[in-house]
Design a protein around this ligand. Structure first.
Ligand code: PLP
Length: 402
């Protein structure tokens, strides 16, 4: 990178960082837990404040301007999610707002998959991703079993060498009764891009695919009109992408299987959360999702490149995706998450030690399906507001602890 380009990137990052009041207020702390939840830019905080102080009302339930304005904002947000995903058929698809990815995946499972599956069908789901992307599918199997409908749940095969799904094994795991696949876009522990662009070829044109985009929305441009992302559901958490906590969405393409219709009376939506999501997506467009993702990945690479030289640490995930000098094409590279263990300091202790130096990181079993506390690790997940200097300070502490 030329010096000028580097300066421009630094100036850009400084100006973006300055938009996060909580970050600016705490220069002594480094928030490195953004895979859990992101901090919020001024634009989102202002949108929330403006909404609550000018037109807070219930949506779709009033013949007065505040209620109408609220309804309009929610519809705009729905449209905005479709735009954000590059939806080629917005008149056909649907967006349902949820409290996050966990609730979103459960909506797909309970309100769509239940209706779609028949006795003897098979589904393929990930057994080593976030438990939010396993529990709902197992619950569906149990609920159908209670009705006398047997559904077989098979594991989406992994390949150790590349750290993503085993697309060759997948081809043989898919049978005539395979009716649904659930996958993850970016792994929340290993940070690996799961190469979901290969899924469609492996499962054929008719099997619906549900994508957990919790760790990719806001990091990678998501274009569902692109054949590489020919999935039927995209589920993500707004709060990991700069919106308020308790926000998220399910986008449903609605071209394979029944139309998704969330069951039951929906009640009052999280209007202010939806307003924050609208503002967050607008803000992300302004700064550029690809640029955010590139910055975050560069920080993760900076951390990984030096950490892997310290024998005291074991970095989790695919070794081939770790180095900045890897020959792997970008799609197979690690995104902005680095998870590791110290070989002799327990991970929860390491988390406390790091906080005593001002670093906020995640230190537990990371909600990975099948993992328990003894599988604890430390996860560093930077965001656009983090700096190379913070990563270097963290590396100094980790080197001392080595
Ligand atoms: N899926 C993945 C890959 C995640 O990383 C997370 C959260 O960390 C979730 C699902 C659950 O998201 P939420 O807690 O917003 O429901």
């Amino acid at each position: 990178m030329s010096g000028a380009a580097h300066d421009t990137d630094e100036a850009w990052q400084r100006s973006v960082r300055a938009q996060f009041p909580i970050i600016v207020a705490h220069p002594e702390l480094a928030y490195l837990d953004s895979a859990a939840t992101s901090q919020k830019p001024r634009a989102v905080l202002d949108a929330v404040q403006t909404y609550l102080t000018t037109c807070n009302a219930n949506a779709g339930r009033g013949a007065y301007p505040w209620a109408n304005r609220t309804t309009e904002l929610i519809e705009r947000a729905r449209h905005r999610v479709k735009e954000f995903l590059g939806d080629p058929e917005p008149d056909r698809s649907a967006v349902h707002f949820t409290a996050g990815t966990t609730e979103g995946l459960r909506v797909v499972a309970h309100d769509w998959l239940m209706e779609y599956l028949a006795d003897g069908d098979e589904i393929l789901v990930p057994f080593a991703d976030h438990r939010a992307n396993l529990d709902p599918w197992l619950e569906t199997r149990s609920r159908l079993a209670a009705r006398g409908v047997t559904v077989h749940v098979r594991a989406l095969p992994y390949q150790e060498a590349s750290g993503d799904y085993d697309h060759r094994a997948l081809a043989s795991a898919v049978g005539p009764r395979t009716r649904f696949v659930a996958a993850t876009h970016v792994h929340h522990v290993y940070g690996g891009d799961m190469n979901v662009h290969r899924l469609r070829a492996a499962v054929g044109p008719h099997v619906p695919i549900c994508l957990d985009a919790a760790q990719s929305a806001g990091h990678l441009p998501l274009r569902v009109g692109d054949p590489a992302l020919d999935v039927d559901f995209v589920v993500f958490s707004g709060h990991k992408a700069f919106a308020l906590p308790g926000t998220g969405a399910v986008w449903a393409r609605n071209t394979r299987g029944p139309v998704l219709r969330p069951a039951g009376w929906q009640g009052t939506p999280n209007t202010v959360g939806v307003v924050s999501l609208l503002a967050a997506l607008d803000w992300l467009d302004t700064v550029g999702v690809a640029r955010v993702g590139a910055h975050v990945t560069a920080l993760a690479t900076r951390l990984t490149d030096r950490l892997r030289r310290l024998d005291a640490y074991e970095i989790l995930g695919c070794p081939a995706s770790l180095a900045s000098d890897t020959a792997l094409p970008p799609a197979q590279r690690r995104q902005g998450i680095v998870t590791f263990r110290h070989r002799s300091i327990p991970s929860d202790d390491l988390g406390f030690i790091l906080f005593s130096h001002g670093f906020m990181v995640r230190a537990d079993s990371l909600c990975q399906a099948g993992a328990d506390d003894k599988d604890g690790s430390v996860r560093v997940s930077p965001q656009v507001y983090n700096t190379a200097e913070e990563v270097d300070r963290l590396l100094t502490v980790l080197t001392d602890l080595a």
